[in-house]
Every structure is written in structure tokens, then in C-alpha cells.
Design a protein around this ligand. Structure first.
Ligand SMILES: [Zn+2]
Ligand SMILES: [Zn+2]
Ligand SMILES: [Zn+2]
Ligand SMILES: [Zn+2]
Ligand SMILES: [Zn+2]
Ligand SMILES: [Zn+2]
Length: 352
């Protein structure tokens, strides 16, 4: 596997994505996303970029391609033709065609999923989708698909991956960021695999689980040590988050970084910090926990409350509760004057 060392070519002057997109939060007030020069927010309605209709599939696929390239998940990406080594996500779309039998002339009912777990039979992929709540299934054109797109922005911000997407990084800061990205690709980044219990590894020894502590935080009641009442489908496999058994015929998620003896119910494969379903099964493994990209990065670097980018400079402003700002981003939302200077704007302390 070839690793591209150092800072990649800067693509300066790229317009921020989604300009003009309608705000989904305050319908009517905002006539379209007007990006602030450095905040990830709209200057018209002050809502975040995610509140506006998200970027395009092709932008998302390029971002995912960049994230997974140079990692052990590069097989989920493909080279862009004439793209100078650029890689794009080989997103697994799934199209299901069901004949409608109620009529004389057979018609077909087609469902497209914008994303489905790769490497599965359609039967298992459908079983997986059916385990998700309906509003979270990424069916094209539905709220589930929108939820997925928003989570891609939220959990995997492009400016956590690409120094060229950050504002005003000095050369040493850009280099520090490139090293940081390289290190998380080597140490933490993973993509969950959907399989039936037992297809990827032996069940977890409960004694080890107790020793490690920390697992199954919102587990109700004591573990029953794999002993189930009569009747139910016995399974010695237990979900690492909820501690409940995983049915032998129901797909689960494995995370290579966590070890082959752990598995999760599809709805339990969530970020330990924000509790959101890990989008496209992309996780970061740290301190015995699954995290989304955003929360993994925030555990390792401070994040600026003004521009939402990670901070790689030495000097930055710290708040009493661990908040952080780039020095020149600790300022009034409206007029941009430093907090502390007297301005008469009403929204001066509005956080992003
Ligand atoms: Zn807006
Ligand atoms: Zn808005
Ligand atoms: Zn579970
Ligand atoms: Zn999270
Ligand atoms: Zn900032
Ligand atoms: Zn002001």
C-alpha cells in the first residue's frame, strides 16, 4: 500500500459546498445558503451548513474516497479516471425489484437504497435494512436518505480529513494535520462488516468482558451468562453495547479493530458519545469504544467552537468548560469584533 507522505496538493479557492441550498430548519426566512467566510454556517439565517440541504452524492463519494484511501479499507474505493491518483468511494447502492402481482400485466415495484452494507447477499442486506427503524433506512428520496447525508456531514466533516479544506492553516499546522490524519487511518479508522453471528469470530468470553469493564453502559440488569430460558433461539453471542443476545439468523455488525469476539446489533452500532448510528458503518476505535469521526477527532484535538475545525496551532483560546477557539474566532457572530470589545450586537454570544 502506498502512502502519500506530507501535505497533499492544496486545492485553493474551492467554493464551499451547498451554496444556495434551502434551509430545512427555518423554511421561508432563508432564501438559500450563504456561507460565512469561515464559520460553517449561513450568514442569512445563522443555521449550520447541515441544516441546509446537504451536498451532492458525488461530493460525498469523493469525501469518503479520500477518507478510505491509504487505509486498509482502500478496497472500498476506486481510482478516478484521469484524477491524478484521486480515489472515490465505491458506494454500494442496492436496487430491489419486486413484481406487483395484483394486476394482469405484471409491473415492478423498485426500491433503491442509496447505501447498503457491501459484500452481502441481497437477502442478508434486506434483513439488515429491516432491523433499522424505517426513518433511518437510506431509501432514495426519503427522510432516511436525508438522515444519512446529514450524518455524513456531521460525523465525517471534510475539514477533519483534508488540510486544504481548512481556513488559514500555516505550513506547520497543515503538516501536523496531515500526520494526524495519517495516524487515525492507521490506528483507529474502520468500516464495520455485516454478517451472521459466528461468521467472523467466536463468541466473547464473558469473563474477559467483565475485566475490561466499560462495555455495555446502558445495559439493563445483570448479564445472564448466555443462559436463556427454554424456547427462545439460543445464541451464545451477545451484543457488546446492550448485552442482549444476538439471534443466530439475524445479521450483526463486526468491527475488526475491536476484535473478532465482539459484535453489535445493527441498531447498537452507534457512536459512544453522540449515540448516532455510525454512518455507512464508518467507526473510529478508541479506548475500548466505538466513536464517529467527529467525536474521535475531538478526543485527540481541540475543536474550535467558532469555525468547527480542529485546532493545530499552539496558542488558542480556552473556555472554562474545555471549549476552545482559534484566537481570532473568539469573536462576535455579527460584527466579528473580539469578545470583550464592546459591540452592541444582540447575537454576540450565539454559538455555532
Ligand atoms: Zn440559511
Ligand atoms: Zn436556517
Ligand atoms: Zn444491542
Ligand atoms: Zn459521535
Ligand atoms: Zn476557528
Ligand atoms: Zn458584534
Amino acid at each position: 500500500m502506498e502512502l502519500s507522505a506530507g501535505v497533499e496538493k492544496m486545492s485553493v479557492g474551492q467554493p464551499p459546498a451547498g451554496r444556495g441550498a434551502a434551509c430545512l430548519t427555518c423554511k421561508g426566512i432563508c432564501s438559500g445558503f450563504q456561507p460565512h467566510s469561515w464559520r460553517k454556517a449561513c450568514t442569512q439565517c445563522l443555521c449550520s451548513q447541515e441544516d441546509h440541504a446537504p451536498s451532492s452524492d458525488s461530493e460525498d463519494d469523493r469525501k469518503m474516497g479520500r477518507l478510505l484511501a491509504d487505509s486498509r479499507y482502500a478496497h472500498l474505493t476506486a481510482k478516478v479516471k484521469g484524477g491524478d491518483g484521486l480515489r472515490v468511494y465505491k458506494r454500494n447502492r442496492m436496487i430491489i425489484t419486486n413484481p406487483v402481482v395484483s394486476r394482469k400485466d405484471p409491473t415492478f415495484n423498485t426500491i433503491t437504497y442509496d447505501w447498503a452494507p457491501p459484500g452481502l447477499t441481497q437477502k442478508l442486506a434486506i434483513l439488515y435494512m429491516e432491523l433499522l427503524p424505517e426513518e433511518r433506512r437510506p431509501m432514495s428520496g426519503t427522510d432516511g436518505a436525508l438522515y444519512r447525508r446529514k450524518q455524513l456531514m456531521r460525523q465525517l466533516p471534510i475539514y477533519d480529513q483534508d488540510p486544504a479544506q481548512c481556513h488559514g492553516l500555516s505550513d506547520p499546522e497543515a503538516q501536523a494535520m496531515a500526520l494526524f490524519v495519517k495516524s487515525y487511518k492507521e490506528e483507529a479508522l474502520g468500516v464495520g462488516e455485516v454478517a451472521l453471528p459466528g461468521e467472523r469470530g467466536a463468541p466473547r468470553d464473558d469473563a474477559t468482558k467483565q475485566k475490561n469493564g466499560k462495555s455495555a453502559p446502558d445495559h439493563q440488569g445483570p448479564p445472564t451468562n448466555g443462559v436463556l430460558g427454554d424456547g427462545g433461539k439460543k445464541s451464545e453471542y451477545r451484543c457488546d453495547r446492550c448485552g442482549e443476545p444476538a439471534a443466530a439468523d439475524s445479521p450483526v455488525v463486526y468491527a475488526e479493530r475491536a476484535g473478532r469476539d465482539r459484535l453489535w446489533h445493527p441498531t447498537c452500532f452507534v457512536c459512544a458519545e453522540c449515540g448516532e448510528a455510525l454512518v455507512d458503518l464508518v467507526y473510529f476505535w478508541k479506548d475500548d469504544a466505538l466513536l464517529c469521526g467527529r467525536h474521535y477527532c475531538q478526543r485527540r484535538r481541540p475543536r474550535c467552537l467558532g469555525c468547527d475545525e480542529l485546532i493545530f496551532s499552539e496558542g488558542y483560546k480556552q473556555g472554562p468548560d474545555g471549549q476552545a477557539w482559534h484566537k481570532d474566532h473568539f469573536c462576535c457572530w455579527v460584527c466579528g469584533q473580539p469578545i470583550g470589545a464592546r459591540c452592541s450586537c444582540s447575537q454576540r454570544s450565539r454559538p455555532l
